[in-house]
Ligand binder design. Structure first.
Ligand code: SF4
Length: 459
């Protein structure tokens, strides 16, 4: 009888940690990567298990998505470093030579990650072949971008840590506590003029990803803005007499998409379209020229035949708006930091449009979350209008009242069971080094499996 009653009144909620315990776990001076903070917004309990208790899944002898991310990043870094140093001259390099070089780099980097694993089975050997194909296509796309634009790849895997002494990543929290960030920016291109330095930040992703103001508003998409802000501050230190101007912040999809077109010409046009950078583009005239000579072949900015903008250019922002976004993201990170030190560890996975962090979480057997049972509920995000949220971020003062009305549309929470519901497709927005399992749309090196990615801050 006792067991039946226990079952009836069973509560599986984590509640709130005692603040003294939270301080012991995280210290009074926290250093996090941005992806960690994003993962907190996905599920606070997952963050607690992973970064508070530091529980790790057992290593297995298999090709992990983290391996793939590391290899592809390294190939891209190594290739474009050689371009910068002049060891590779793109103008003289034939397509065949470039492909051979990239293939060799991929094999070399794979061996550095694990000497034997890619030769340990036919399946893993095939994965390496697919990786080579992805690397070749990605490098080809990035080379084409360079031809169109007029900026120079200058920084690769640029690290920032508390030692960088950057005010943007040093955040004061309550009671004298501090939170700082560390991470690495995949690639930064610059163009110096007499009085300014134009900067472009690129983050490599394995899936399709674009700026999502709703995710940003919820604290789940912070990285790219942080990278842009960090690079602007670093460059300002390096060029104190020049104005630092962002040409934009971008995601580049590292992939070899299977294009369903019979004719080679159409296939190539589709590939070019798909390989364009996504993200936010500075509407400044010179920035647009630097990006791709206003051809629309590198960014997603659309132009009419007469050279004027198409009205559908959601990606265009001004320098001031980029600055406002940067400030918003910093405030969001401080909010997250305060929740962490308050010991908020609620099991609050979001039931997104397509996704939930539970689908890719290593801790399902520990938390035993089951929506509808023991007090477990998915968090249902308010159905926010993307344009209104964009206005909330870009014009926080003007839009305060509207913000209240946006929140007023919140749907009542409802419980949905993890079991018995169709497993939704993973988000196609994963970092090449990302924090979640991912399923690539075009060619996947893991076949159709979800693959676990470890936390990293390319990240
Ligand atoms: S399985 Fe879901 S609820 Fe449990 S820790 Fe992971 S994300 Fe959170």
């Amino acid at each position: 009888m006792e067991r039946i009653l226990d079952g009836y009144f069973y509560n599986n909620q984590a509640g709130v940690l005692d603040q003294a315990i939270a301080r012991k776990l995280y210290g009074t001076h926290m250093v996090h990567s941005v992806s960690r903070l994003e993962s907190y917004a996905g599920c606070a309990y997952q963050f607690f298990l992973k970064f508070g208790l530091k529980l790790e899944k057992r290593n297995e002898y298999k090709v992990e998505t983290t391996h793939i991310g590391t290899i592809l990043h390294a190939v891209m870094e190594s290739f474009f470093k050689k371009v910068k140093e002049g060891t590779i001259c793109l103008a003289d390099l034939t397509e065949q030579e470039r492909d051979r070089l990239v293939a060799k780099m991929t094999v070399d980097e794979a061996k550095k990650v694990n000497e034997t694993i890619f030769e340990s089975s036919y399946r893993n050997r095939h994965q390496l072949d697919v990786l080579i194909r992805i690397a070749r296509r990605s490098v080809a796309n990035l080379c084409r971008h360079l031809e169109q634009g007029d900026m120079t790849p200058t920084y690769f895997e640029e690290q920032f840590t508390p030692k960088s002494n950057l005010s943007y990543i040093d955040m004061a929290l309550e009671d004298g506590m501090r939170m700082e960030l560390s991470g690495a920016v995949d690639r930064v291109d610059i163009r110096e003029t007499e009085d300014a330095v134009y900067v472009k930040v690129i983050d490599y992703k394995s899936g399709a990803k674009d700026i999502d103001y709703v995710k940003m508003y919820e604290g789940r998409q912070l990285q790219l803005t942080v990278y842009m802000s960090v690079m602007m501050e670093l460059l300002q230190k390096k060029y104190p007499d020049k104005k630092i101007i962002p040409t934009g912040m971008y995601y580049f999809r590292v992939s070899d998409l299977l294009v369903d077109e019979a004719e080679e010409e159409k296939r190539e046009a589709k590939r070019i379209e798909e390989s364009r950078l996504s993200g936010l583009v500075n509407a400044d005239d010179f920035s647009l020229e630097l990006m791709d000579g206003k051809t629309g072949l590198v960014t997603r900015v659309r132009y009419k035949k007469d050279g004027s903008f198409d009205s559908r250019n959601a990606a265009l922002v001004t320098t001031e708006e980029l600055q406002t976004i940067s400030e918003f993201v910093r405030k969001k990170m401080i909010e997250t930091g305060e929740k962490i030190i308050h010991g908020e560890i609620e099991m609050n996975p979001e039931k997104g449009e397509q996704n939930s962090p539970c689908n890719f979480c290593d801790y399902q057997n520990i938390c035993r979350f089951e929506a509808g049972l023991g007090g477990n509920q998915y968090r249902i995000s308010p159905q926010m209008d993307k344009n209104e949220v964009k206005m909330l971020i870009l014009h926080p003062d003007d839009e305060q009242e509207k913000g209240e009305s946006v929140h007023g549309t919140e749907k009542p929470e409802k419980s949905e069971s993890v079991h018995g519901t169709k497993k939704p497709e993973p988000e196609k927005d994963e970092s090449v080094h990302g924090t979640q399992k991912s399923e690539q749309k075009g060619e996947s090196v893991q076949g159709t499996e979800n693959a676990q990615e470890k936390e990293g801050d390319h990240a």
